[in-house]
Design a protein around this ligand. Sequence first.
Ligand SMILES: *[C@@H]1O[C@H](CO)[C@@H](O)[C@H](O)[C@H]1NC(C)=O
Length: 731
Amino acid sequence: MTGGHDSSLFAIEKGKGMVAYRLYATSILVSTCLIWWYRATHIPSIGEKGRWLWIGISLAEIFTGLYWIVTQFPRLNPIYRHAFPDRLSQRYSDKQLPGVDVFVCTADPTSEPPSMVISTVLSVMAYDYPSEKLNVYLSDDAGSVLTFYALWEASEFAKVWLPLCRTYKIEPRSPAAYFSNIHSVPDTCRTKEWYYVKELYENMVIRINTVVKKGKVPEEVLANNNGFSKWNEGMTSKDHPSIVQILVDGKGYDAVEKDGIALPTLVYVAREKRPGQHHNFKAGAMNALIRVSSVISNSPIILNVDCDMYSNNSKCIREALCFLLDEEKGQNIAFVQYPQDFANLDYYDIYGNSLTVFMALDFPGVDGWGGPPYIGTGCFHRREVLCGRPYSKDYKENWAKGVARISGDTISDMEEGAKSLATCTFELDTEWGNGIGLKYGYPVEDVVTGLQIKCRGWKSAYCNPKRTAFLGLSPTTLEQCLVQYKRWGEGNLQIFLSKYNAFLVGHRKLRFGFIMCYYMYGLWPTTCFPAWYYVVIPSLCFLQGISLFPEVTSIWVLPFIYITSATYILSLAETVRFGGTIIGWWNFQRMWLIKRITSFSFATIDTVLKFLGWSEMSFSITGKVTDGNSKKRYEEGIIEFGSDSAYFVIIASVALFNLFCLVGGFGALLVNKEMERINKFFIQGFHCAILVVINLPVYEALFVRKDNGRFPFSVLVASLGLTMLVVLLPL
Ligand SMILES: *[C@@H]1O[C@H](CO)[C@@H](O)[C@H](O)[C@H]1NC(C)=O
């Protein structure tokens, strides 16, 4: 450990086993070069069958090898950070700690149920942090009275929930997560008071869900609470004025809990929406929150979390502050990023959603080159930096900053002031969305914002403690999952092709390794090209008797075997080491393939079309609500194929095509049992067989399953047609 002496608030540890890893990486590199050499020296001569296919597979292998080299950069230089919150408490009394504004963003009460949103809100309100320093803002981009109703209920419930958390040291502090897992609650907790709060919570959730189902807030609530008067008949989610309501004023007296301790400030914000006015999605919402909060609390630290991502560690703020408040090494840290972890991953992880290995190995590597990217949730920012401040050595943050409340200023005065900052027109002719706040115009606004901050001279820190700090929800249907990866892939490629390409904006300012880390994300979707080549051409050639690989008795098979086995063994070992299962790993391999031939392909096509200026011609694929049984199937590890999107036609066609090639290719080998032929086609046959085995669940969903998650008949017909077309292609 370096810098672990007594005064530091955090320590940095270098990764272990790097020599072994470098040896491994070198061996892969050597094998890759051998394969390239083999490809270059064995090209079929002009006029021979398969010459172009050979050149094609060589290009695919060159691309794969080069991309692999890029992906090695985050692996070469990992660092691990440890915070010392105890030292923070010794050095700063509660009074001296900086204020923290927590932003929670929600966009749609149907796909993000208000009862879930308020559990996240309650979990962050219950942070172990002085309440007068903590301010929670909920941005509701739907401007929905239902979400407001739920938040109002939550503000009442907080008065009993927060004291209970404190008394019984409850973890996690999301009531939904806590009460859904009560068999782990010790008996000493199960007092009368505890049962009382549990019942209050359950009744509240029932009330909220009823209101959401009906789509209407009860008359008696409307009559007794003038907060609801801001909604009227004519308002829609796309057309309404800005609404700012301070539900709890943490500095006033109405905020007192049962036992006389103040609650954190709680604010509901719905920025103005008007038809025809572009709202810039989440980036727009975040920027509105930055401004609104600046007149209510103006805390120097901003934490933002997605509405499905509850806090699983009430001490997390103190931990994150260690990085930002350290006088020696923390001065240049702009933000502290926590990993994205999911609460709903299970044993099977059928959609390969777990990012654990990636978060455990790649992000520390990026940290070693200058800090992780900002990934849009679970991140602590300095307000000043988000607002565009460049790094300078002499700058010292004023942690005591906050809003000086003018005496006599009422809540409604503040609300009025804040409302004017959340209008559609406020940002016109300003630097918001460009030099100030989150950047507009990119599907992954967070990544490009983080990059811009780095270019202003700041670093960032990655904090991945054993005890998970935030737990979110991963998609539970295949379609949602693929749509999400398309958006990620598209966003990163778009940045790569824009003026925010890490090399263009960052040469001279950023380290080379750091730029390569960004390229790893930026070029991610383009890996669809070699993937397509590899799922189609070798199998088709197997069927048609064209050999593309060395004979199995030749020495040249060795680099192929070595690369394949070494990389798969390593990835399996890494999965298991970080708590994954073997079956989860296997499912991940299937999803790896599926994401490349669907999400990433569409992402690449869309981005390139946009880049060429044909942005109208975009493939848009929308998710579809699935039936009630799909949740059960998810839990049983059964994949959901039940929709007729283009994605599913592709998945089914590739699977059927490989099955056809396998059967046909083996048939041909059986008819003509020459040893030489078998040697020649062994690798291709094996490759095709693996593709078939990995697609077993697809065949099951095509031919065997009877539930609603199987492929629709139309997809079966379309994919059979496509398969026939392709296998008949004369090569
Ligand atoms: C969430 O926090 C609890 C402690 O409250 C811990 O036992 C659990 O492991 C955490 N969850 C994850 C996924 O790390």
